[in-house]
Ligand binder design. Structure first.
Ligand code: ADP
Ligand code: MG
Length: 316
């Protein structure tokens, strides 16, 4: 099994328009008049972002979806992606077939196609770098810097499930029902980003929640020059996590990371439009706080600020 065999067998079937069946040096993205091309990249590495025994198809979905959540946060509709693989020699054809099958399923689910990539072998851990491309109406990409005092803060989906899944893997003591435990683990392995949520023109600022809700809202606060207050009691945290983590649940869920949801700000007077956009994309949104003059992102419960030793995950 050589590099070209791998590409022809496993990845060429995933190639879409502009990829020339992965037989040329480069691919082409056709320009769309009136749109900007939004670009993002994220790498997932064994032992850091997924675990050695995670199934190949879920590793594939995670590698792709952590990028789709960035595009969703920017209001972009995903279109294409590049795939750069550093494969340890222990990876075989069966693993690659399952990996490609996972990509194929997500390609049809999210309407994206493979445009190219690079394949190399390494002695280190398995590493997968995806670069994703999506389109927004020209000038419409939602920035971190657009939050204004008086806006409300919203989050999609739920918060903390992935941190719960990781805690299960780390053998933290728990008395979870089997179905809850399975759901947490499944979410750690495969995020559910709100792809298709049309926030352009509605959200002031938006960020992908990957390092931890409070860390990522802290980026929005800093970029926008505002303060963000989050009401811990309003956070969409699954009941099983509240039972498990007790009083510590707010801080843990809001700093755990790996959520791959979107946190955004918007004029609360336009909430009906927001809910319509959420319904149209099958996304749940929850109002969790407000933007005011000041600095930083603050997690509040019963009027008091919850002290957070670290607001989110850091690699260094
Ligand atoms: P180069 O020699 O320029 O690095 P390659 O031989 O690596 O080109 O790649 C040949 C073709 O296969 C290119 O179209 C490239 O985009 C594609 N390709 C290589 N690896 C992957 C991969 N992991 N996923 C998708 N396409 C790939
Ligand atoms: Mg190459």
């Amino acid at each position: 099994m050589d590099e070209f065999g791998i590409i022809a067998r496993h990845f060429a079937p995933l190639a879409g328009a502009g990829a020339f069946a992965l037989t040329d040096d480069a691919g082409v993205i056709a320009a769309r008049p009136g749109f900007d091309l939004v670009v993002t990249t994220d790498t997932v590495t064994e032992g850091v972002d997924f675990l050695a025994f995670d199934p190949a198809d879920s590793v594939a979905k995670k590698a792709l979806r952590v990028n789709l959540s960035d595009l969703a946060a920017k209001g972009a509709m995903p279109a294409h992606y590049l795939l750069n693989l550093t494969l340890p020699h222990s990876i075989g054809d069966d693993w690659l077939a399952a990996f490609a099958a996972g990509l194929a399923r997500d390609q049809s689910r999210y309407g994206v196609t493979l445009l190219g990539g690079d394949t190399s072998a390494g002695e280190g851990p398995l590493s997968i770098a995806v670069t994703a491309f999506g389109f927004v109406p020209q000038g419409g990409m939602i920035r971190r810097s657009g939050a204004r005092a008086g806006e409300a803060v919203y989050v999609t989906g739920d918060i903390g499930m992935s941190a719960g899944g990781l805690a299960v893997f780390k053998r933290e003591k728990h008395a979870l029902a089997e179905a809850d435990r399975d759901a947490l683990v499944a979410r750690y392995r495969v995020p559910e980003p709100p792809v298709g949520l049309a926030l352009c023109g509605l959200a002031g600022a938006s960020v992908d929640v990957s390092d931890g809700l409070m860390a990522d809202l802290g980026h929005v606060a800093a970029a926008s020059g505002v303060a963000i207050d989050v009401d811990a009691g309003a956070l969409p945290i699954p009941a099983c996590l509240k039972d498990w983590w007790g009083a510590g649940v707010f801080a843990r869920a809001a700093t755990g990371g790996d959520d791959y949801q979107i946190a955004f700000t918007a004029d609360p007077a336009r909430e009906a439009e927001l809910h319509a956009a959420a319904r149209a994309s099958g996304t749940r949104i929850t109002r969790i706080g407000q933007v005011r003059a000041g600095q930083g992102a603050h997690l509040l419960h019963g009027g008091a600020e919850i002290a957070l030793p670290r607001p989110g995950y850091r690699h260094f």
